[in-house]
Each structure stands twice: as structure tokens, then as C-alpha cells.
Design a binder for this molecule. Structure first.
Ligand code: FMN
Length: 182
């Protein structure tokens, strides 16, 4: 089972990208999680598109098409998800045979605040409805108080969070299997 993972943060020591690395360590059997770095995707511009969709967007679209599921790590900026993530999603939405359509998707997020990106994740569900991704509703992963749960390199150290993430990945595997069968 192939999963493609995107982080909405561009910074090196990102908690959210750290969650993806943790997921790669904790993944259940038969699941492979590939991280795709969205850094460098230009801001969506119809004129750029008319002159040719950027290589990186085409590459990401292919990877999503070939994946069994998508895992999104969702940072919260000003009570919403980041512009970097929205930008990547907007580009993907303009590819032929829109690759998010019908694709199982799970999300997770971390922030230093109390609510662990709950507002960002709720908002992200809206464009995903339009793109017809098959979003897994539960278990939810909201990692609040991230400063105490990640080390200085942005890697997850908190045992309970690892346990919960592992549970979510197991549920995602089952969700994908159900979606594939139906
Ligand atoms: C412009 C901006 C707005 C932010 N707004 C929020 C917010 O609304 N809620 C929140 O929990 N954290 C907020 N933060 C803090 C981020 O959660 C924090 O920077 C976090 O480390 C970002 O994720 P990352 O570690 O993956 O880069 C904000 C940070 C920035 C730079």
C-alpha cells in the first residue's frame, strides 16, 4: 500500500513534517509512506499554467495518482491551513483527471498552541469535498503543546502521541482497504 505524504510547512524543523517522519517510523505492515516536499512549487498563476504546468506539479500529480492514499500534515496559520498547502492543492486541482478524486485521505497536525490545528483541519475539509477526496473522519490527530512533544530538530518524541498516530495509521490502512473494495 503506497501513501504519499505532504506537509503544509516549508520550514526545516517543522513539527508537521516531523509528524510525517514519525508516521514513516510507526506505519503498519504493508504500508509505505513517501514524503513529497512541496517547497518550490510556484504560486498558482493561470499565466504560468497556460505556458506549461510546472514539472514539480506534474510529478506530484503522478505520485498522487499512483498512490493508494494521501496523508496531509496540516499546520495552522491564523486559524486556517497554510497558503503553501492551499497552493499545492490548487495546482493539483487543475491537472487532467484530477488526482484527488476518489483518493482516500487522512490528515493530522501539530502546533504549539492548545488546539493542535483543529481549526485548520476543519477548514481543509471544505476544498477536499469539492475535489471529492475520500477523507477519513476519525481518528483525528490534533497535536497541541508541540514544543513539549518534539525535540529541537522537529522530531516527535512524545510516547502517547506516537501511540495515537500509530492507531490512526492502522485505521487509515483499514479505511483504504474498504474504499478499494467498494
Ligand atoms: C503567520 C502565523 C500564524 C499562526 N497562527 C496560528 C494559529 O492560528 N493557531 C496555532 O495553533 N498556531 C499558529 N501559529 C503557530 C504555528 O502553529 C507554529 O509556527 C508551528 O510551528 C507551525 O507549524 P510547523 O512547525 O510545522 O512549521 C502561527 C504561526 C504563524 C507563522
Amino acid at each position: 500500500m503506497k501513501i504519499i505524504a505532504l506537509s503544509g510547512s516549508l520550514r526545516n524543523k517543522s513539527y508537521n513534517t516531523g509528524l510525517i517522519r514519525a508516521a514513516q517510523d510507526l506505519k503498519p505492515e504493508n504500508m509505505d509512506i513517501e514524503y513529497f516536499d512541496i517547497k518550490g512549487i510556484p504560486l498558482y498563476d493561470e499565466d504560468i499554467k497556460e505556458n506549461g504546468i510546472p514539472e514539480k506539479v506534474i510529478e506530484l500529480g503522478e505520485k498522487i495518482r499512483n498512490a493508494d492514499g494521501i496523508l496531509l500534515a496540516v499546520p495552522e496559520y491564523n486559524y486556517s491551513f497554510t497558503a503553501a498547502l492551499k497552493n499545492a492543492i490548487d495546482w493539483i486541482s487543475r491537472l487532467p483527471e484530477q488526482p484527488f478524486a476518489g483518493k482516500p485521505l487522512a490528515m493530522m497536525g501539530a502546533s504549539p498552541g492548545l488546539f493542535g490545528t483543529v481549526r485548520a483541519q476543519m477548514q481543509l475539509r471544505q476544498p477536499l469535498i469539492f475535489m471529492n477526496a475520500k477523507v477519513m473522519n476519525k481518528p483525528e490527530v490534533y497535536v497541541g503543546g508541540a514544543k513539549d512533544k518534539f525535540n529541537a530538530e522537529g522530531s516527535l518524541t512524545d510516547g502517547k502521541t506516537k501511540e495515537h498516530l500509530s492507531k490512526m495509521l492502522g485505521a487509515f490502512r483499514a479505511f483504504i482497504n474498504t474504499e478499494i473494495r467498494t
